[in-house]
Design a protein around this ligand. Structure first.
Ligand code: SAH
Length: 396
């Protein structure tokens, strides 16, 4: 146990329950050495503020775990947090149409730097720092106590850039066979838990995929940009889309997208899958006067390709303009971002800006944030990162 003095100006923040320990708040951050150390945040006068752990994650120095001075950070602490999280998700465990969801969402479930996803009986733990990884045996024991599972995999995102450390990600139990087939609102998805940093599906978009399949895609032509494994394309195809076109720069996306179509008994030959830069695709579409009834935009927060660097903060308006230009009148754009640096209000301003620039009208139809299983902490709005807006391009 170590104490960490907090600057006066941040005392009220931690008194108010702010869960994230950041460098500027600490009087002497260099005194912190051993990741995984339990630390007491104290006022300069010595008064107790909160207890947490030291772990380097991006610009962060750790997470508050409790404001209760008599609570110890031990097996019981981890067991209680994980059991509570599992109980909260009981409707997911009893849903026969969905068997993949987030079981534990970091600070939203009381332990920052740790997420646990449930994939058809297999668990995927993501450790966001060396610090939280020091509590591995507590976490594994807590899982043992709270639920039954077939096997556990892990992702170590230790480096301060949040980068994944390539490893055999198997931890214990039974090894899965790849692809592992999961079900989500009746859609099948192929996932791989031991193949680099990503699994093939982003669980936080579940409700968006459900809406696309349920009431958006029918009889539409669909362009899915930054398509990754084509999860949105598959939901659109199952929802009755005439045709989908998936565009992603990564070579792997072709085989991965074919796989997602195939596990849903869809003929991928009736759809287009393009391995190319989306900005090149927009030019191609304009040149050939293509347009689409539904255009999906889900870029990474930052990306570097041969020709472009893209950042949500700087380039989303431009991206929207490209999309608007090839969306049919009365058609729809789904604009998504998981960038926590842009709030919903600002994101809506991007939309307003893009339509104004092109002298086009629009109407916002639906807005999605994180689903229930991605619990967030009200004191930490940065953790509520997902914003997805369904925009109708109104006939002029
Ligand atoms: N929409 C996807 C997730 C997108 S992840 C889903 O729902 O599953 C972001 C993807 O953008 C990655 O697959 C990456 O290869 C791709 N990407 C990044 N820059 C790109 C660019 N300039 N053109 C096309 N794809 C790009």
């Amino acid at each position: 146990m170590q104490t960490v003095k907090i600057k006066n100006k941040y005392v009220s923040k931690y008194r108010g329950g702010y869960p994230h320990l950041f460098k500027e708040a600490i009087i002497d951050p260099t005194a912190l050495e051993q990741e995984g150390t339990v630390i007491d945040l104290i006022e300069q006068g010595g008064k107790f503020l909160a207890r947490g752990y030291y772990g380097r994650q991006n610009k962060g120095y750790g997470w508050v775990l409790t404001q209760n001075k008599s609570e110890t950070i031990d097996q019981l602490f981890f067991s209680n947090k994980i059991a509570t999280a599992v109980t909260k998700r009981d409707t997911f465990f009893s849903d026969d149409q969905t068997n993949a969801f987030r079981l534990f969402n970091g600070e939203g479930d009381g332990i920052g730097g740790l997420t646990i996803d449930y994939y058809a009986g297999f668990l995927l733990i993501t450790w966001y720092s060396q610090g939280i990884y020091q509590f591995k045996s507590y976490v594994l024991e807590a899982l043992e106590q709270s639920l039954t599972y077939q096997g556990i995999y892990q992702k170590k995102r230790f480096d301060t850039g949040g980068k994944y450390i390539d490893d055999d990600d198997f931890v214990k139990g039974k090894r899965a066979e790849w692809p592992l087939l999961i079900k989500e609102n009746g859609i099948n998805y192929a996932v791989h838990l031991n193949e680099g940093p990503m699994t093939g599906i982003f669980l936080d978009q579940r409700e968006v995929r459900k809406a696309i399949k349920g009431h958006v895609a029918k009889d539409k032509t669909v362009l899915n940009t930054f398509s990754y494994t084509g999860a949105f394309s598959v939901s659109a195809a199952l929802g009755g889309a005439i045709k989908t076109t998936s565009v992603d720069l990564a070579n792997r996306s072709l085989a991965k997208t074919i796989e997602q179509f195939t596990v849903n008994h869809l003929d991928h030959n009736k759809h287009e899958i393009k391995v190319m830069d989306v900005f090149r695709y927009f030019n191609y579409a304009k040149k050939h006067q293509l347009n689409f009834d539904l255009v999906i935009l889900d870029p990474p927060s930052f990306a570097r390709s041969k020709k472009h660097t893209f950042s949500v903060a700087k380039d989303y308006v431009k991206l929207l303009e490209e999309a608007i230009a090839i969306t049919s009148d009365g058609g729809m754009i789904i604009a998504s971002t998981n960038y926590s640096g842009i709030q919903l209000k600002k994101f809506k301003q991007f939309i307003e800006q893009a339509f104004t620039n092109l002298n086009e009208k629009y109407q916002i139809k639906e807005t999605f944030r994180l689903p229930f299983d991605f619990q967030t902490d009200k004191q930490f709005p940065e953790g509520n990162y997902l914003k997805v807006i369904f925009i109708e391009k109104v006939r002029g």
